[in-house]
Ligand binder design. Structure first.
Ligand code: 5GP
Length: 213
């Protein structure tokens, strides 16, 4: 029986390593599809259009909003980020488990539209470790790192809205736990309505009295 995929929303402070965990998940299993967001921020060195993001102008972004092409969008540290709808819907229908790596405002909007979505928040082992990771990435100015840390402090207040919290101690462990968590969603009663109906039907047929001749 073809199962509808699970929609998994993964958030975490900038620098918590969620991107690395996502990458590991995609490399290890072929049941996942990663949604590529649209953003108005500039590409970082090494990022490619259509791979990490669709890098678009503010005008293009506004037009996507107006056309209803985005499931959700949010403003994050001076830029817009949004999730294109078409890809997510087609992958879910194909039975892929779709990963959205988005920030908290977007995650909560997704939950409103898809109540069955799984919301996971990834945290670093400590706040000090978060700052270290942001500094060692070396891709942002000090000013942007400060903004991202203040944003993390704000986001921490929203962590309780998530279904699960995962500590990213090592990428390997965190990836394995995230995979287990997402796969467990396939066994939820709500994800098995077709199976339930089919079982009921088969049992009815099996126990039906033979027709008298
Ligand atoms: P970054 O600039 O570091 O790539 O991303 C900044 C933040 O934007 C991260 O928390 C990331 O998860 C979030 N983000 C990326 N894509 C989307 C999106 O489509 N929607 C929302 N709401 N947030 C996003």
């Amino acid at each position: 029986m073809q199962h509808q995929g699970i929609l998994a929303v993964i958030s975490g402070f900038s620098g918590a390593g969620k991107g690395t965990v996502m990458k590991a998940l995609l490399e290890q299993y072929d049941s996942y599809a990663l949604s590529v967001s649209a953003t108005t921020r500039e590409p970082r060195p090494g990022e490619a259009n259509g791979r990490e993001y669709f890098f678009v102008s503010e005008q293009e972004f506004t037009s996507m909003i107006e056309k209803g092409d985005l499931i959700e969008y949010a403003r994050y540290v001076n830029h817009y980020y949004g999730t294109p709808k078409a890809y997510v819907e087609s992958m879910l229908a194909e039975g892929k488990d779709v990963l959205l790596e988005i920030e908290i405002q977007g995650a909560l909007k997704v939950k409103q539209q898809f109540p069955e979505a799984l919301l996971v928040f990834i945290v670093p082992p400590s706040a000090a470790e978060l700052k270290n990771r942001l500094l060692s990435r070396g891709t942002e100015s000090e000013d942007v790192i400060e903004k991202r840390l203040s944003r993390a402090a704000e986001e921490a207040e929203g962590m309780s809205s998530y279904d699960y919290i995962l500590v990213n101690d090592t990428v390997e462990d965190c990836t394995a736990r995230l995979h287990g968590l997402i796969q467990s969603q396939h066994y939820k009663t709500s994800a098995n309505q077709k199976l339930i109906a089919q079982m009921e039907q088969e049992l009815k047929e099996l126990t039906a009295k033979p027709k008298e001749i």
